[in-house]
Ligand binder design. Structure first.
Ligand SMILES: [Ca+2]
Length: 519
């Protein structure tokens, strides 16, 4: 009996002490959090700093837009939530939030969440994920709160905020808040985002090389002025004469075109798997499925053959030089959003209405790809294009840049990624001077954003590169259908591709090596 009492007492001492320690830690976190309101930073207004520790969870605010935060997002761990805004110039109002995990849970790293499209909103999903992984994380609304493009009309300073200033200013204040909250700075800072978020990452490497130690730029909108005209051109080709026109290609025909492309090119890479490893080596003529008899879903009429040819060719100036690449062979099942109609995608069309021409009545049928590209590139290119190829400041800072691009992406036609990479190699003095800090991975047959949509873990790959010096020589990508894994395949640093060794399971990455294709 006496022994039992002693052991109960000992148990109580252990449990009670750890409970007391936890309570003390929570109190310290709470005080450190509210104490942040005393801080003063240039151009920054702190609106709130509240330690959230609710057993029922924290309900993240809902935000509108195609990529907004849906209702019902709950955060189930305690954190210090800081909200505020930054005014680097009088016209700016850059909203931001910084979420700080309790000191004991912090992984000693800072992560900044990227933004999709032209939307202005805090990205609560990204903050929630980063917090769960132990990061001190930030998100900015990019300087406006509008799910569309109208915010930019007549607001050149807000355009600069959206392009690069909001991410930079948010990184600066986030690092200051991290230092104030934990009494030490983050050991490393990271960026990992896709599409517009990939573009934001490149802007950081180019303009603010000290902001991040590791950057993942996925399917990046690098050359925005030409990406917009090039994509609008695809919509214009497909839709200028209306969806009743003989040249219109209805979505019901995309599968037949896709099948014909695979029949022509799938086996060129040595593996018959309904996938094209490198679409630039696929020469496909849509006349291969031109209707001989009456029109039906499995063939293309003569005017449709002409439309599809132009979609693959992409936008060109009147003298024949390429403005931007078109759809890649193999991407046909993802054409819907851009060319199904009746109008081009709003992400492109509204750029012309509210940013390029500032005329809400602008009609895409009046689009002139040669003249409009020259005009927009001259006026807006210097502000919105992320094409600077001298990355030596980022490199000298120890930065690592992992860029990836899906070959079947249609929102961001993929070849510009290879052009940008090759241009950086030239500027940096060669392949060897580039691959030690910047590698590009072209990913076949994945749709969108493979590096942060489950194909592979891009963030931890760049972390390992930066922190342990392990450069990615190949990245195993996992392909799923309805959640079920059906294939793993290496993706390789460009210009290499995955080459089948000639034996073994073609659905297993082990059967492939990285090399320069000879097919
Ligand atoms: Ca193949």
């Amino acid at each position: 009996m006496k022994r039992r009492l002693i052991s109960l007492l000992l148990l109580c001492v252990g449990v009670c002490m750890s409970a007391a320690t936890a309570a003390a830690a929570a109190a310290t976190d709470r005080d450190s959090c509210s104490g942040l309101m005393e801080r003063k930073y240039a151009n920054v207004t702190l609106v709130s700093a509240v330690f959230i520790d609710d057993p029922k969870g924290f309900d993240a605010p809902e935000t509108p837009g195609m990529f907004g935060t849906p209702p019902g997002l709950k955060v189930m761990m305690p954190f210090c939530r800081v909200t505020g805004f930054i005014k680097p110039v009088p016209e700016s109002r850059i909203g931001f939030e910084v979420w700080l995990p309790p000191a004991e849970e912090w992984n000693e790293r800072y992560f900044a969440v990227g933004n999709p499209s032209f939307e202005g909103a805090i990205k609560y999903q990204g903050l929630t994920r980063a917090l769960a992984d132990g990061y001190a994380a930030s998100s900015t609304d990019t300087g406006h709160q509008d799910p569309g493009h109208k915010w930019a009309t007549g607001q050149p300073e807000k355009l600069i905020d959206w392009i690069h200033r909001a991410v930079h200013e948010t990184a600066v204040v986030s690092k200051q808040l991290i230092q104030a909250y934990y009494s030490r700075s983050a050991r490393y800072s990271y960026w990992d985002s896709c599409h517009n978020g990939g573009r934001q990452g490149l802007e950081s490497a180019q303009r603010y090389p000290g902001d991040f130690d590791g950057i993942v730029a996925g399917d990046p909108a690098i050359y925005l002025s030409r990406l917009q005209t090039g994509s609008e051109y695809l919509g214009w080709v497909a839709l200028k004469d209306g969806t009743k026109s003989p040249s219109y290609v209805p979505p019901a025909k995309y599968p037949a075109i896709h099948r014909a492309v695979l029949d022509a090119c799938d086996e060129k890479d040595g593996v018959k798997d309904d996938a094209i490893e490198d679409p630039t080596r696929c020469k496909f003529d849509p006349a291969a499925i031109q209707c001989y008899g009456p029109d039906k879903p499995s063939c293309l009429t003569a005017p449709q053959v002409e439309t599809v040819r132009r979609l693959y060719e992409g936008a060109k100036f009147a003298d024949g030089t390429q403005i931007y690449s078109g759809f890649e062979p193999g991407s046909e099942l993802l054409w819907n959003a851009l060319i199904a109609g009746p109008e081009p995608h709003s992400i492109n069309n509204d750029f012309f209405k509210y940013i390029a021409f500032e005329n809400p009545d602008w009609d895409f049928r009046t689009f002139d790809v040669d003249a409009d590209t020259r005009d927009i590139e001259a006026r807006l290119g210097p502000i919105i294009d992320s094409t600077q190829t001298d990355l030596s400041a980022f490199k000298n800072n120890g930065g690592k840049l992992l860029m990836y691009q899906s070959w079947t992406e249609t929102w961001i036609p993929p070849r510009m990624a290879t052009v940008y990479y090759s241009d950086v190699v030239k500027t940096m003095g060669g392949e060897n001077q580039t691959k030690d800090f910047f590698r590009l991975f072209m990913v076949p047959d994945y749709g969108m954003c493979p590096g942060n949509q489950g194909g592979f873990d891009a963030l931890n790959t760049v972390r390992k590169w930066r922190e342990e010096g392990v450069a990615p020589d190949r990245i195993t990508t996992t392909y799923r259908d309805g959640g079920q894994v059906y294939k793993t395949r290496p993706v390789c640093p460009y210009p290499q591709a995955a080459i089948y060794k000639g034996s073994g399971d073609t659905n297993d990455a082990a059967g492939f090596e990285c090399g320069i294709p000879t097919w």
